[in-house]
Design a protein around this ligand. Structure first.
Ligand code: PMP
Length: 396
């Protein structure tokens, strides 16, 4: 009888040369537990997914309640179901007036696909503009928007009429013109290693898009649902997107995504020719029920107001000559080291000590620190003690 690890290696497609290979039997709150009593404090949150912790009781209850009613009924958008209807309403209440029409899908990449198709349909234009080092997904369209050549090279030709401009560089805004259907930006770049644009830049970008009639798509798949200390990161930049994408933390551990826009824009997707976007599982009722519970937990447990104090404790505690700097927006943090080799050794060492972290797709000298927002100050202290120990051991 092969062990799960052997089966995993033999029969599951491998996605990386460095799989973590941890065996996890159970997870709860900020911890994952292995079959032999191992305990890992999770500083990754499944890449920004478990914002309310693993298996939050209220999320579990909402899932159980929905399991007792119905699962999938019909392709998205045909049948009135309570969970997506209530979730769409609750999402609209977190957003500026007018941004209140939600298209539910199944993942982040699909949300990006839908958002870009919507922008093309609404504007009648074809050009899409994205940014250096952006990450928007892995399907052909979203892959085309990624700003790192290494991921795209093998899959060309990709989507035509996509232009990349420099992130946070005012001089490049003139590339956005009356040919541009949409500009897509992660409000805070995630896989680039947490890159935060300036307020001035965000406002100039918003103004430029409005001036030339291009839609501004903000991708909050990683930065949304409280990760940065406000429900949406864009609230901290005084801008409002035309289209917003979200996923990941939205489902509290269940798969779901959405693109959200004004009714006037969204309705262009259903106009002739019919069927602007089809998704079988989009807005799955169990995922929607979990998402609504997640949203309520963030609000009711007052998680947002604690985010910056928690981030600051990490910053106070993670001080060492080997640490070159820390970039963060709330609990979306990148701790920079001199090299990938040193970082990898520290990460491997920390895992042995029960601290789970990793690096970023496009920034391999920085450690990802993005724990569940429910992490306590005592747990942050414990995590920092062990990371500092790992650094000492690896740097010598
Ligand atoms: N956009 C951003 C900003 C992301 O971080 C990700 C996932 N890392 C995606 C899109 C794609 O999401 P998914 O993996 O659910 O397709």
């Amino acid at each position: 009888m092969l062990s799960p690890r052997q089966l995993f290696l033999q029969h599951q497609a491998q996605t990386t040369d460095f799989p973590l290979l941890l065996e996890v039997e159970k997870a709860k709150g900020v911890f994952m537990y292995g079959p032999n009593g191992e305990r890992y404090l999770d500083l990754i949150s499944g890449i920004g997914v478990s914002n309310v912790g693993h298996r939050h009781p209220k999320v579990l209850q909402a899932i159980h309640d929905q399991l007792d009613k119905y699962l999938h009924l019909m392709v998205y958008g045909e049948i009135v179901q309570t969970p997506p209807a209530q979730l769409a309403h609750a999402l609209a209440q977190t957003l500026p007036a007018g941004l209140d029409n939600v298209y539910f899908v199944s993942s982040g990449s699909e949300a990006v696909e839908g958002a870009c198709k919507l922008a093309k349909r609404y504007t009648g234009r074809t050009e899409l503009i994205a940014f250096n080092n952006a990450y928007h997904g892995s399907t052909h369209g979203s892959l085309s928007l990624n700003g790192s050549e290494s991921f795209k090279r093998a899959f060309r030709p990709l989507l035509p009429d996509v232009r990349h401009i420099q992130h946070n560089v005012l001089e490049d805004l003139h590339f956005i013109t009356s040919r541009t259907a949409a500009v897509i930006l992660e409000t805070v770049q995630g896989e680039a290693g947490v890159r935060v644009p300036s307020l001035e830049y965000m406002q100039a970008l918003r103004e430029r898009c409005t001036e030339v009639g291009a839609l501004l798509i903000l991708d909050e798949i990683q930065s949304g649902f409280g990760r940065t200390g406000t429900f949406w990161a864009f609230e901290q930049f005084n801008v409002v997107p035309d289209i917003l994408t979200c996923a990941k933390g939205m489902g509290g551990g269940m798969p779901i995504g959405a693109f959200i826009s004004r009714q006037e824009i969204m309705h262009s997707l259903k106009n002739d020719p019919m069927l602007g976007h089809i998704t079988t599982f989009g807005g799955h009722p169990v995922s929607c029920a979990a998402s609504l519970a997640t949203l309520r937990v963030i609000q009711e447990e007052d998680l947002l107001t604690q985010v910056n104090a928690k981030a600051n404790l990490f910053k106070e505690r993670l001080v060492h000559p080997a640490i070159k700097g820390i970039r963060n927006q709330g609990l979306m943090m990148a701790v920079e080291f001199e090299s990938f080799d040193l970082l990898k050794a520290i990460i491997d060492n920390a895992i042995l000590k029960g601290i789970l972290t990793d690096w970023f797709l496009f920034c391999d000298n920085s450690m990802r620190v993005a724990p569940p927002l429910t992490i306590t100050l005592a747990e942050i202290d414990e995590a920092c003690d062990l990371i500092m120990k790992a650094i000492e051991e690896e740097v010598g």
